[in-house]
Design a protein around this ligand. Structure first.
Ligand code: BGC
Length: 418
């Protein structure tokens, strides 16, 4: 923080010595979907650092967890020939945008900043199109978390679950004690987020990869997938009647307030606990989703950058890319966001126990083959396949479809979207 402040003072000085008051050296327009309390605090760090470097930040926030609405807006902007400077785009979708030929080349910034040495290969590979850097990573989120309020469990006389069988026992007790077992928002990306943690917990990492990376039909329509849908049905039974359409951060607030026992969500949820002044291990606990200890579903947020013509805009864009990879940003942003830095060799001293666990598991899971890309957050497939999976999981969630039918439909929907 001190370094950030020092940097802030320094760059402000540079900016104001060389520029007339009120003038900006360049401008960036940044499209993102970070609108919850914790998310807004996080993106404010980037805006501040960019402004300290003398540039104007034009904010283009498109509300909607998971980013589906943001991607719709982005498409229409690009189609009309007016792309933003940078957009929150991640995973294989970066390749889809690369194919469109609208992304810019960030190699000179990457070379000067030593990105090849500073990023794990699993991250830098995703940031490149055709061997060239086109995007900059801001973090690594772990998706397979469970956020629990220990006071709710205590009141209900329930044990915080580590397996899906234990989950059902605990959920029953919480419900019997008059509280909501699972805080959930019935939106397709949230259904998919819960579902992928169940699949990982029941099937394991190899099964997860065969289903959501290899898109193997036999795996998608298998007894283990049927079992996973069965468990999703059980989880659904323990959500409340107001869950349809609820935003994820409102579900997190239910756990914070002790109205609900637990939420299955990536660690952006921790950003909400942090913003509410809550402490892990005391006010809430973070545990791997049942059955997923030792495994890590990764979700890397990044900004892909579009071609800009104007020289000052290019300078501002390059500064944005440079700042994102600097330690000050990677630390402060991730302290707020709930994630861990994407950049290697960062000190975790200021991070809490959940982030320290995440950091340790990121390294160890990569050695044991249990580091898997999140399907629900666009890391494992192209968007068309992800959409087909979302549709099936949500259709199951919102009807009385049998688990067998769901698994059959999942395999055929994925086949059709490939
Ligand atoms: C993004 C996170 C974001 C979350 C909720 C995820 O897909 O990677 O950065 O906080 O959606 O909007």
């Amino acid at each position: 923080m001190k370094t950030l402040r020092k940097l802030t003072q320094l760059t402000t000085l540079t900016c104001c010595l060389s520029l007339p008051v009120g003038a900006w050296a360049g401008e960036v327009e940044v499209l993102h979907w970070w609108t919850s309390g914790g998310e807004a605090k996080s993106v404010a760090v980037l805006k501040q650092l960019l402004e300290d470097a003398g540039h104007k930040w034009q904010d283009m926030a498109v509300a909607g967890g998971g980013g589906e609405s943001a991607m719709t807006v982005l498409k229409s902007r690009v189609v009309s020939g007016d792309p933003p400077t940078a957009a929150q785009i991640k995973g294989p979708t970066i390749q889809e945008w690369g194919d469109e030929g609208t992304l810019t080349n960030l190699n000179s910034v990457a070379k000067a900043g030593n990105w090849d040495q500073l990023l794990p290969k699993v991250v830098s590979d995703v940031m490149k199109y055709d061997g060239n850097y086109v995007a900059t990573p801001v973090n690594v989120h772990r998706v397979n978390w469970m956020w629990a309020n220990p006071a709710v469990f205590e009141k209900a006389g329930a044990k915080i679950p580590t397996t899906w069988e234990e989950f059902a026992v605990a959920a029953e007790k919480i419900q019997a004690a008059g509280m909501i077992p699972v805080a959930h928002g019935g939106q397709s990306w949230q259904d998919a987020t819960t579902f992928e943690s169940i699949v990982l917990g029941i099937g394991g990492a190899d099964f997860f990869n065969k289903a959501f990376v290899d898109l193997d039909s036999k795996t998608l329509n298998s007894p283990t997938m049927v079992k996973s849908f069965d468990m999703l049905r059980t989880v659904q039974k323990y959500t409340d009647k107001d869950s349809p359409g609820r935003d994820w951060n409102l579900a997190t607030a239910m756990v914070i307030k002790g109205e609900a026992g637990m939420q299955f969500m990536g660690d952006w949820a921790k950003g909400e606990f942090t913003a509410a002044g809550k402490k892990p291990g005391k006010d809430y606990v973070c545990l791997p989703a049942p059955g997923t200890a030792g495994a890590f579903t990764f979700n890397i947020d990044s900004f892909a950058m579009f071609e800009v013509r104007d020289r000052s805009a290019k300078q501002a864009q390059n500064d944005l890319a440079r700042i994102i990879m600097e330690p000050e940003f990677q630390e402060v942003f991730n302290l707020n966001k709930g994630s861990i830095p994407a950049r290697l060799g960062m000190s975790m001293a200021k991070f809490d126990s959940c982030a320290k666990d995440s950091s340790a598991e990121f390294v160890s899971s990569s050695k044991t083959g249990q580091l898997v890309p999140s399907m629900a957050h666009g890391m494992s497939t192209f968007s068309s396949v992800q959409g087909a999976i979302y549709d099936t999981v949500t259709a199951f969630f919102n009807s009385d479809m049998s688990s067998r039918d769901a698994a059959r439909k999942l395999a055929s929907a994925v086949q059709g979207a490939k």
